[in-house]
Write a protein that binds this ligand. Structure first.
Ligand code: PEP
Ligand code: MG
Length: 575
């Protein structure tokens, strides 16, 4: 009988194929006593398992395809690091010696102890590292049992295969990238889990957080994966199959058709030109922005330079990264956001936070103002790079106007130093602010006195307005970009900026959702910045929008106090 499962849709499109289940992570662990004369041998067996596991990971790391997402290497390095940590490389051997037990049992005891510590952790990012520890220990268990971990992600059969897993580790993803699976689905994975991050970059249909897919789906069963709506249909009937085949054809055709508008100017039916920018995390993402013919870079999340390294990047390293992007963009604007660390982004060199609620703590500009040296080094690098292209600065997490004033003071002082040293930079470099805290949204006019432009960060603005953690899939159903409070707040920010004549853009995920393009255009937004993969889909919406037609709909939407009216208007907007 056909069955529908619901989860979080990550990659686009629809896939129809046969389920290929990968081995369950729960392994039965044998427990036996080792004779005193065999202890040394057991310790050596453990050592050798760790060594083999390390070699496997290093081999995978070395075989990462060139076009693989950069996160892949980082995740594998993290697993290698965990494997080398003494909690896994040394302490289990001490347990073998002390308890005179077999290596598997010693590792199990150690894993239990480590997981108990993780259970105490509140912070989402660190809790997600729990999965990494399980995945690494699982690798050692399998090696102890004499299994090759490549079995973990078996090659697909000659039929169209869809991978069904409880969870996928970064190492699985390397193999997955090389294989020819049509799609994948997993039981677990929050919207910001490793799996979700990688799934987005692979751009394959995928659905996460299905909870029981791995136990409800049988090997070789026919399944449909709808990555757009986050639905998986198991053993579909003929009618459903026909419907999804049609949707699949439609999707493929649409993807191909989108290429036709690659070089066209994003202009509405009534002749209003819209600017579409790309978001990047690392300099190498710039190619994709150029391929999709964007107006420029609307958000370079510079903190990723700080996340991928063991040490703090030097001024020179930062300068080279910013300069490379500016030069590659060849005079087109490049908006670089100053370090937005804290919250879920904690670099290796930073002390683990014991803040009770990091999302409300020392994050974004607050951290930069508290760590003036870190901030001024970045400002120097940015200013130096500004001599090589059209760089603009963007400050994250503003909540007090004083933060902009202090930023300007640092900026002016760094400029003065560079002048003394005779180092060239753009004297007129623009300073923008992220509007992503409700306080800044409500009082945006005050901020605009001190800013050259503003950019709305809807990812955070929504989480703070609705009190819904953007990383927690348990409340993801409450994370609603079209909540009346969000719409009214966006309207206030956009119309205020337009009224006072300060450029306003949006760089949160909302800007890249084609289903919301008309709403945002209707609210007066003319600059959008998004993942490069979304640029053409949003452009398609822009090209088909008549601003005059949607005006009365937006007026109704802003007045709506019934959720049904709101949905009805959203539907009419798309008509
Ligand atoms: C946002 O909050 O919308 C944003 C663009 O910044 P980030 O997602 O990096 O917090
Ligand atoms: Mg943000």
């Amino acid at each position: 009988m056909s069955l529908a499962l619901h989860g979080i849709g990550v990659g686009g499109g629809v896939a129809i194929g046969h389920a290929h289940l990968i081995s369950h992570t729960d392994i039965e662990i044998a427990h036996y006593t080792v004779r005193p004369e065999d202890i040394a041998g057991e310790v050596a067996r453990y050592d050798s398992a760790v060594k083999t596991a390390r070699q496997e990971l290093e081999m995978l790391w070395g075989s990462i395809p060139e076009n693989a997402p950069t996160e892949l290497g980082a995740f594998l390095s993290l697993h290698i690091m965990l494997l080398n940590d003494q909690t896994l490389s040394v302490e289990p051997k001490e347990i073998i010696e002390k308890r005179k037990c077999n290596a598997e049992w010693a590792l199990k005891l150690q894993l239990d102890a480590l997981l108990a510590q993780f259970d105490e952790i509140e912070e989402e990012y660190l809790r997600e590292r729990r999965t990494d520890v399980i995945q690494v220990t699982e690798r050692i268990f399998k090696t102890l049992a004499g299994h090759d971990m490549a079995m973990h992600t078996p090659a697909p059969t000659d039929r169209d295969s869809i991978l069904v897993a409880h969870d996928l580790s970064p190492a699985d993803m390397v193999l997955f990238k090389d294989s020819e699976y049509l799609a994948f689905i997993t039981d677990v994975g929050g919207p910001t889990s490793h799996t979700a991050i990688l799934a987005r970059s692979l751009d394959l249909p995928s659905v996460l957080a299905l909870r029981h897919a791995r136990s409800l789906i049988h090997e070789d069963e026919l399944i449909i994966v709808d990555g757009v709506n986050g639905v998986v249909i198991v053993d579909p009937d003929e009618r459903t199959l026909t419907e999804y085949r049609a949707r699949q054809d439609e999707w493929t055709e649409r993807q191909a058709r989108l290429q036709d508008i690659r070089t066209s100017t994003p202009v509405t039916q009534d002749g209003v030109e819209i600017e579409l920018f790309g978001n990047i995390e690392l300099p190498e993402d710039t190619d994709q922005v150029i391929e999709n013919n964007a107006t420029g870079i609307g958000l370079f999340r510079s903190e990723f330079l700080f996340l991928s390294e063991d040490d703090l990047p030097t001024e020179q390293e930062q300068y080279e990264a910013y300069r490379a992007v500016a030069e590659q963009m060849n005079g087109q604007p490049v908006i670089i956001r100053t370090i937005d660390l804290g919250k879920d982004k904690i670099p290796k060199w930073q002390e683990e936070t014991d803040a009770p609620n990091p999302a409300l703590g020392l994050t974004g500009i607050r951290l930069c103002l508290a760590e003036a040296q870190l901030f001024r080094t970045q400002l120097r690098a940015l200013l130096r790079a500004s001599a090589h292209g059209k760089i603009k600065l963007l400050v994250p997490m503003l909540s007090h106007v004083g933060e902009v004033r202090q930023t300007r003071r640092h900026l002016e002082e760094v400029k003065a130093q560079l002048r003394v040293e005779g180092i060239p930079f753009d004297e007129h470099i623009e300073l923008g602010g992220m509007i992503e805290v409700p306080a800044a949204a409500f009082t945006v006019e005050h901020f605009l006195h001190h800013l050259d432009f503003a950019s709305i960060g809807t990812n955070d603005l929504i989480q703070y307005t609705l009190a819904v953690d953007r990383n927690d899939d348990a409340v993801s159903h409450l994370y609603d970009p079209v909540h009346p409070a969000v719409i009214r707040l966006l309207h206030h920010v956009i119309s205020t900026c337009n009224r006072v004549g300060k450029p306003i853009s949006m760089c949160g995920e909302m800007a890249g959702d084609p289903a919301l393009t008309r709403l945002l255009l209707g609210l007066g937004l003319r600059r959008f910045s998004m993942l490069p993969a979304r640029l053409l889909k949003v452009k398609e919406q822009v090209l088909s929008t008549d601003l005059e037609r949607i005006k009365p709909l937006i007026a109704r939407l802003l007045d709506a106090d019934e959720i049904e009216t709101l949905w009805q208007v959203m539907e009419e907007l798309q008509a």
